[in-house]
Design a protein around this ligand. Structure first.
Ligand code: F0G
Length: 365
């Protein structure tokens, strides 16, 4: 018996930049790819959900943090910094702790989910709430990393993208081929960049150029990325000054990997579209109530986008479609406690009596 070793060890031959670096891992990756029967029926295709909320800190960021922190440790770094809408800070704080480094995080004032904030604090990060949005935080973090002895671990750090590309490897390994279409939420656009790189690298290795790697996929999927309507700079074609969405993880107006996201879209023949907060919350509810999968709102953007594409007649019948859901529902649980009408959902109170409970459950009739 042996456990999943984390993405660096599982995919060592495909992560050349990590060679010789110490391995700082919490055994991230190896997340389930789940058949979504209800969704499949609804859109007339085979839909699978890559559940990234099951990573050690509850989001896909761990894949890129194991690599970024390992590289930083290899360089002898003692301190790391990041800007974050929450998940990056939770992940950076955990991996920095594991590596014995200090971690500073810059988060937008007041717009970060409680679960994520608690994680950064629990892992001992120095947390600063910046008077500004994520884009402002990232600008400051980049300047600090240029002028002071701290390593930047945002996705502009190349090691982050390298680690995150392993999600594509896992999907191809599980399916035996690439899917036809891949859906995911887009914020700072690092993840769509990473998935596209992962799919490309697996597909290119089938050409057998190096001869060292096993042949795997023969294809790459069409990439469908989805931004929140109030924070959709790539869809609009210009930066958004005051991004707004309940999906705080992707409340970003000027994505760092903008160009790479467009490249993934264009070379794959895909789209980057937007989904409204209402569509996001509907998809969030659908996932939890019909598939048994609890995600944070930003994650549901991939599902909301798939449903929008289906409504527009864009989903080819019988296609294999993977939707990445990026973060766990417990990160930002408040949204589950609202009904479709927006009203608060309160638990029903009963006496500790079997009869009362049976009555409340409608078992007595
Ligand atoms: N989903 C979740 C749950 C996220 O936390 C993020 C990004 C994304 C999607 C978008 O991914 O930025 O690679 O396009 N969160 C970053 C953070 C910005 O600071 O945690 P992306």
């Amino acid at each position: 018996a042996h456990q999943w070793r984390g993405v660096i060890r599982e995919y060592a031959d495909r992560l050349p930049m990590l060679q010789g670096a110490p391995v700082i891992t919490l055994h991230e990756g190896g997340t389930p790819l789940i058949e979504a029967e209800q969704l499949s029926e609804r859109v007339g295709a085979r839909v699978l959900v890559k559940y990234e909320g099951l990573n050690p800190t509850g989001s896909f960021k761990d894949r890129g943090m194991t690599t970024a922190i390992s590289m930083a440790a290899g360089r002898g770094a003692k301190a790391v910094i990041c800007a974050s809408t929450g998940n990056t800070s939770a992940s950076a704080a955990a991996y920095a702790t594991k590596a014995g480094m200090t971690c500073a995080v810059l988060v937008p004032d007041g717009k970060i989910a409680m679960g994520k904030l608690s994680q950064a604090i629990a892992h001992g990060a120095t947390l600063l709430q910046v008077d500004g949005n994520f884009d402002n935080c990232l600008e400051v973090a980049r300047k600090l990393a240029e002028s002071y002895p701290v390593d930047l671990v945002n996705s502009v750090n190349p090691a982050r993208i390298e680690g995150q590309k392993t999600a594509s490897f896992e999907i191809v390994d599980a399916l035996g081929d690439a899917p036809d279409i891949h859906c995911l939420p887009v914020g700072n656009a690092g993840n769509i960049t990473a998935y596209w790189r992962g799919y490309r690298e697996y597909a290119e290795s089938t050409a057998g150029v190096s001869g060292q790697l096993d042949p795997v996929a023969t294809r790459t999927p069409v990439m469908w990325g989805f931004q929140a309507a109030g924070a959709a700079p790539i869809v609009k074609g210009h930066p958004v000054q005051d991004p707004e969405t309940i999906a705080t993880a992707i409340r970003i107006g000027n994505p760092a990997s903008w160009q790479q996201a467009e490249e993934a879209r264009d070379t794959s023949g895909g789209v980057i579209d937007s989904v409204t907060d209402e569509e996001i919350l509907d998809a969030h509810r659908l996932l939890s109530s019909t598939e048994g999968i609890f995600v944070e709102p930003a994650s549901a953007a991939s599902i909301a986008g798939l449903l929008k594409q289906h409504a527009a007649g864009q989903v080819p019948g019988g296609a294999t479609i993977v939707c990445t859901v990026t973060g766990h529902g417990l990160k930002d649980p408040q949204w589950a406690l609202k009904g479709a009408d927006g009203a608060d959902i309160e638990p029903v109170r009963v006496a500790a009596e079997a009869y009362d409970v049976a009555t409340a459950l409608g078992l007595d009739g």
